[in-house]
Ligand binder design. Structure first.
Ligand SMILES: [Zn+2]
Length: 177
């Protein structure tokens, strides 16, 4: 159980009193601790929560809508930082007697939207992100390193290297006969 009180607890007394009624919940808030091995949501980044709560027959509340989530990760090939924003769909049910793993609990006259948002985000964070679709990863360390003084002699633009013994000829001029 988290020690801090969730900012996403919503009173539902009115909703339950009148089945069929709806209540929008639009909140911008950070939710710390949203992370999987490959990616995370920055602890201080706002999630854009935009849900509609609806009372169903007085015994259940549905929560439907979207959550906009900023995330950061490491490219799985080159390990550069990758970041993005995703929009996660939410469609969940709260019940007085929740079914384990299927629905969320109604806590007397409140529901807590944080577990729903948390589960939806964790399920959708990128598992193997790439910085770009054709990232080929880091330059391998074992490529040969060519220092300027070691440039292969035959690669110049001046044709084959001259025999140094002929250099003296360059200084000669020939008078026409
Ligand atoms: Zn990359």
């Amino acid at each position: 159980m988290p020690a801090r009180r969730s900012v996403l607890r919503v009173g539902i007394t009115e909703l339950r009193r009148r089945p069929g009624t709806q209540r929008p919940v639009v909140v911008q808030t950070p939710i710390p601790g949203l992370a999987i091995t490959s990616a995370q949501v920055p602890d201080d980044a706002d999630l854009a929560i935009d849900l509609i709560l609806e009372s169903v027959e007085g015994t259940a509340i549905t929560a439907r809508g979207t959550v906009g989530v900023p995330w950061v990760a490491e490219c799985r090939r080159c390990l550069d930082v990758v970041s993005g924003t995703m929009v996660v769909e939410v469609r969940e049910v709260y019940e007085v007697h929740p079914r384990d793993g299927e629905t969320y609990p109604i806590d007397v006259d409140e529901i807590d939207l944080e577990p729903v948002v948390r589960d939806a985000v964790l399920l959708n964070l990128p598992i193997s992100p790439l910085c770009r679709p054709d990232c080929e990863g880091p330059v391998p360390d074992d490529l040969p390193v060519i220092l300027p003084g070691e440039l292969p002699a035959s690669e110049g633009d001046d044709g084959p290297p001259k025999d140094p013994r002929w250099a003296v000829l360059d200084g000669l001029t020939f008078d026409p006969p």
